[in-house]
Ligand binder design. Structure first.
Ligand code: SF4
Length: 163
């Protein structure tokens, strides 16, 4: 019987999902969610250059509370953080993007660390990835994008990256 590893996000207290929504596959505490035919391996983010923060242009919505928390993580006054990283579109507060050729990166993506610069305070939209309705509807694209996604009901199937 494989040893159970505790999800690092649960340890950090930032896991969006109940620990009861998880199961062990190959020594990794997978995250699952009712109604989604895949599981997520949170340890994949350590090996991934932040694909979900880069690529096609997208929208990351934030709340006022998110903005306050993210500014705190960066030890930045809220007005400075807001001016540098956020914009308002259609009455919504969003994170800016940085375009480089065909790539659009979240302005809060840190290329040096290949990860989110405000990870402990990332918006709910990012916390709940890859369990998005839009991602579930286009599972093939999700599997191509995120190496942490494991196809198969409840995560009991094969790994999407073939490992
Ligand atoms: S694409 Fe998937 S594995 Fe890569 S950082 Fe995003 S959630 Fe983690």
């Amino acid at each position: 019987m494989p040893a159970t590893q505790v999800c690092e996000y649960v340890v950090l207290g930032v896991c969006e999902f109940s620990p009861t929504h998880s199961q062990t596959i190959d020594h990794v505490q997978m995250i699952t969610r009712d109604g989604y035919p895949y599981a997520f391996d949170p340890t994949a983010c350590r090996r991934c250059p932040g694909r979900c923060c880069n690529g096609e242009s997208g929208v990351v919505r934030v709340t006022e509370e998110d903005a306050v928390a993210m500014a705190q993580v960066l030890a930045m006054p809220l007005e400075v953080f807001t001016a540098r990283y956020l914009l308002v579109r259609g009455g919504e507060l969003r994170v800016r993007e940085i375009r480089d050729g065909h790539n659009y990166a979240c302005a809060l993506y840190d290329p040096a660390r290949q990860g989110c610069s405000v990870y402990p305070a990332r918006p709910r939209q990012c916390r709940t990835f890859p369990f998005w309705e839009s991602a579930r509807r286009n599972l093939a694209a999700l599997i191509r994008e995120c190496p942490g996604v494991v196809a198969g009901e409840g995560g009991s199937g094969r790994r999407s990256d073939g490992h």
